[in-house]
Ligand binder design. Structure first.
Ligand code: PEP
Ligand code: MG
Length: 578
């Protein structure tokens, strides 16, 4: 077996060594051959056996999901898959094709799948139209059985040494991996701060995206070394390379073990400045990882993940339970719940507002814009958050504010939600803080009006960079232009932090820049005292805080502030980190 390397963008650091599991696109791989005369019955039986195996597989998964602490939406997804599997148009029609055309079962199945997918594509209703993806997934499961391979999601426990290889993974796909400990994953496409990458980082598994053709070049079960730190994947490594990487992997683990000693140490700089290190979470259960890594609060709960991988909307009670769990679990520490940031790369299906593909989703009906367009949905969430505020120190964070009128409208809806709860006698924290995300350049340029109305602000650097540089954060074709150190980005950051500090309005950064150890000193130097990041990064950032002297870094910070040349910024930053 020839060894070769593939280069991409490492979006989650560390080294994974494991066997490739291909997340397949069924139609690309299916052979077409004629079965021998008189062989149709045996071929039909082969298909039936595979279908029954998939049915059992789904039942087992269902048992695992409902018995464990998996999100409720898995159950709904499995229900849909079971319904599709039971539908004769998918499972009976291929048998006729086998009998009539004397072709192999795989071919018959994918022929019928194409017919169904075509039919789905004609459907007006966007939700139903998108169900074609579920049909394809079910067909892939059956095909894997036919080809003697296990299902796409390995049973719990078997995946520790498995690296997933896919053309693309959506944030909804990746969030499912929270219940499965894959060693790593790699994709052909994707950008550094796409939500797919963000969730990968939150899983703390190494990941490389934008490899362009990994999915085509790598075969099932091939041995892979995935080096997320150096943006490379080595396929079929020889023995010496393998042992070198095992050594490196061991060293990294040792480093991680050392960092664990810092868990309960306060994050204070050499010159005595206390720094808050908060956690970004996607699902309620992430709070354990946050606490294990010494988070002093939750700075960003991306509540919209409650919406993914499910049918319909999460009810007020279901949301309340999720928020209450985090609020109570953090035991009095701040819990910042971001209101739904749906749209762009976190599309949901079947809702009026999103039942069309927007010409430019990142600039479209996203986040607070979407919520204000769907006040019933927004009010449901606001009531659920307010109810949870009785159980801990909850704060509400509104994403993607561009103009002050959006704050006014949101505050009016919060007042309305409070009124309803008061009438119902439901307890809540009447002084719950309301903050806004600063992630559109307009919000920085006009920040004083925002600061006057908000209790706190949090800079979403992922979007702020995307919108400042006009670089789609999820598009690897332009990822080389996505630059957190661009002088324009740094100017916006210093403006926002300086203005908020002067106005004495608490400010944090909750974008990926907060978890990037090479930027910690820079952000502290700009006057930031609160950083929110994936729990997996908390300890290495704390270590950097502990070794930073903010006062002594002032002259270098001043030079970085004034630098207009990106190369100079990089050189000065290196000195700052030396
Ligand atoms: C951001 O934009 O930086 C942010 C934290 O929000 P998200 O990544 O979820 O868009
Ligand atoms: Mg954002």
């Amino acid at each position: 077996m020839t060894s070769f390397a593939l280069h991409g963008i490492g979006v989650s650091t560390g080294i994974a060594i494991g066997r490739a599991q291909l997340v397949s696109h069924a139609t690309l791989e299916v052979a077409h051959y004629q079965i021998p005369p008189g062989g149709a019955d045996a071929e039909i039986l082969r298909l039936e056996v595979a279908i029954n195996e998939v049915r059992r597989e789904l039942e087992e998964l269902y048992g695992e999901m409902t018995g464990g602490d998996a999100p409720a939406e898995f159950g709904a997804l499995l229900d849909v898959h079971t319904m599709i599997l039971d539908d004769p148009t998918l499972t009976e029609a291929p048998k006729r094709i086998i009998a009539e055309q004397h072709c192999n079962a795989e071919w018959a199945l994918t022929q019928q799948m194409s017919v169904l997918v075509d039919q789905f594509e004609q459907i007006e209703d966007a939700y139903l139209r998108e169900r074609k993806a579920d049909v394809v997934q079910i067909v892939e499961r059956i095909l894997k059985r036919l080809l003697g391979k296990p299902g796409a999601i390995a049973p719990a426990g078997a995946e520790q040494h498995t690296i997933l290889v896919a053309h693309d993974l959506s944030p909804a796909d990746v969030i499912q991996f929270k219940t499965h400990r894959y060693a790593g994953f790699l994709t052909d496409v994707g950008g550094v701060t796409s939500h797919t990458a963000i969730v990968a980082r939150s899983l703390a598994v190494p990941a490389v995206v934008a490899t362009h053709n990994a999915r085509q070049l790598i075969r099932e079960n091939e041995l892979l070394i995935l080096d997320g730190t150096n943006h490379v994947v080595i396929v079929n490594p020889d023995k010496s390379v393998l042992s070198e990487y095992r050594l490196k992997q061991g060293e990294l683990e040792l480093g991680r073990a050392k960092l664990r000693r810092l868990v309960s140490k306060p994050a204070t700089t050499i010159d005595g400045i206390p720094v808050e290190l908060h956690a970004n979470i996607e699902l309620p259960d992430d709070l354990h990882q946050a606490l294990d890594n010494g988070a002093t609060g939750v700075g960003l709960f991306r509540s919209e993940f409650l919406y993914l991988n499910r049918q319909g909307q999460p009810s007020e009670d279901e949301q309340f339970e999720a928020y209450r769990k985090v609020a109570a679990g953090m035991e009095g520490r701040e819990v910042t719940i971001r209101t739904f940031d749906l749209g762009a790369d976190k599309q949901i299906e079947g809702m009026d507002g999103l039942a069309r593909v927007a010409p430019n989703p990142a600039l479209g009906l996203r986040a607070v814009r979407f919520c204000l367009a769907e006040p019933r949905l927004f009010l449901t969430q606001l009531r659920a958050i307010l109810r949870a505020s009785h159980y801990g120190k909850v704060r509400i964070l509104v994403p993607m504010l561009a103009s002050v009128s959006e704050i006014d409208q949101t505050l009016a809806l919060i007042a309305q939600a409070k009124e309803t709860l008061r009438e119902q006698g439901v307890p809540f924290d009447s002084g719950v803080a309301v903050g806004g995300m600063i992630e559109i350049p307009a919000a920085v340029l006009a920040i004083s009006a925002f600061l006057a109305k908000l209790d706190f602000v949090s800079i979403g650097t992922n979007d702020l960079i995307q919108y400042t540089l006009a670089v789609d954060r999820a598009d690897d074709a332009v990822s080389h232009l996505y630059d957190p150190l661009h002088p324009a980005v740094l100017k916006l950051l210093t403006m926002a932090i300086g203005s908020a500090n002067r106005a004495r309005v608490p400010i944090a950064v909750c974008g990926e820049m907060a978890g990037e150890v090479t930027l910690t000193r820079l952000l502290l130097g700009f006057g930031l005292r609160n950083l929110s990041m994936h729990p997996a990064h908390l300890l290495s950032i704390k270590q950097r805080v502990l070794t930073t002297d903010v006062a002594a870094s002032k002259p270098l910070i001043e030079r970085i502030r004034r630098a207009d040349d990106p190369a100079k910024v990089v050189a000065l930053l290196e000195r700052l980190n030396a």
